[in-house]
Write a protein of this length. Structure first.
Length: 69
């Protein structure tokens, strides 16, 4: 992460991810998703995974959160 003073408000700080940070994030993401698959989804049937997707979509819609594409 890189921090810099906010241009619009000197009291604030803007944060951005560095190239190294993005590489680290992507590496951790692969491991994290594999763990989720192993611990959660491998225990569900295909029908249960579809049902979970339907339920999740309804919850997100009710919260006004757009579905990822």
């Amino acid at each position: 992460m890189a921090r810099s003073a906010a241009e619009a408000d000197g009291r604030g700080v803007e944060v951005s991810i560095t190239a190294q940070g993005l590489t680290t994030f992507k590496s951790a993401q692969v491991s994290h998703l594999a763990g989720l698959d192993q611990r959660l989804f491998s225990r569900l049937t295909a029908a249960e995974v579809r049902q979970l997707g339907t339920i999740t979509a309804k919850i997100l819609d009710g919260c006004g959160i757009p579905l990822p594409r």
